[in-house]
Structure formats: C-alpha cells, structure tokens
Design a protein around this ligand. Sequence first.
Ligand SMILES: [Zn+2]
Ligand SMILES: [Zn+2]
Length: 229
Amino acid sequence: MFNQRIDTAPVLEAFAAGGECPLCALRDQTEAGYLDQFLGGSVMEPAMRVLVNEKGFCARHFSRLYAANNHLGVALMAHTHLKDTITALEKRWTQPRKGGLFPTRRRQEPGLPAKTCALCDRLDATMDRYVKTTVWLWKNDARFRERFNGSLGLCVAHAEAVIAASDGAMREAMVKLELDNLRRVEKELEWFTLKFDYRNHDKPWGESKDALPRAIQKLAGVNPQGKGD
Ligand SMILES: [Zn+2]
Ligand SMILES: [Zn+2]
C-alpha cells in the first residue's frame, strides 16, 4: 500500500490552482526550491557534496544556477566536480582500447560531463512520488477525484506518467480526460490559426487567444511565456 505519510498538500494545491498541467506547475515550483537549496548552505552537507561532485549538473541547471548570481557557491560546486571529471577522463582516455578498431561501446562512467545531473535526479525522484500521490489521492479522496476528473488534464508526458502508474477505473478516467482535453486544445489551436484569415478577422477569439502557449504546454511540458520558469 502506498505510504500515507507522504505529503499530499503540494499535489492538492497544484490541482486546486488548475491550468493545462498542474504537475508541470508543481515541477517548476519544486525545481525552483531545489535551485535555492543547491545555491544555499545545504550543498555543503557531505551527502549532497558527494552527489554534486559525482554527477555535476546538466546544461539547463548549470545555466539556471549561474543566472542566480551566487557565483562563489556555483564555483565551489563546479570546481570539485571538475576535479572529479578530470580524474574520470584521465582514466578513460589512458586505458588501452579493447576490441580493435571498433570497440564495443563502453558504459557511461560517472563524472563525465553533461551526462548526469544531481538536480535532475532529485527532481525526477520527487516528481515520481507526486505522480504516485496523484494516483493515491484519486483512489482515496472523493473530492480530489471530482476535481481531477473536471480538470483540464495534464501535459502529454505527465499524462503518460499517471497512466503508467494507475490501473482500472483511474486509468480509464485519465485516458478519457486527457484525450478530451487534447482535442479541446487542438480545436482552440485550429481556431487560432484560422483567425489569421482576414475573413475571420472580426469573429470572436473565443478561448483561442492563448491557445498556442497552452498547446505547447500540453506537448512539451513548458510554458513558452516563461511563467513559473
Ligand atoms: Zn506536465
Ligand atoms: Zn538537470
């Protein structure tokens, strides 16, 4: 049985706020909190330091950390990770090649640049928990279930995560909810494109004025207008 001690409040709040994907909003909020933590004192805790040394950050998160203007904090993390990276690279580049001209591809070793990210790992693990929390709430909280079933659905990636984590009636409800809402956004986006036709110039926008950013949110899990980023 799913661990009931898990914090349901963030999921309840995200779905109460609505939007094209409450789980994207929750991810953005969680990511912002983790960026603050990595920039703050907690990065000096031994467990965190070992993780950062080994994994480093992906391009997106290094850029976000750099933009936050705590250059000393980021430099300390980058420096220790760079030292670990040099050690790993030296080992990899000076080992004799095996397998002749076309060696079998070696498994990615930890510490090599841009392949791993301490922040992505944490964020993915937390979002995995929030997806499970969403499924647990749907099964155990009638008010949440009602709100969820009346919502605008999720982005495609989060819908797939929820569908993969659920079964039976919930899976059925989620599939219907998501397809209905993808079709809704598709129609709104179509009207958005038709509004560019001069013959439709004076016709009402309906819900279509911001159909493009909402369609991108559904497809790519990101609000291109930058809200929450
Ligand atoms: Zn999403
Ligand atoms: Zn990352």
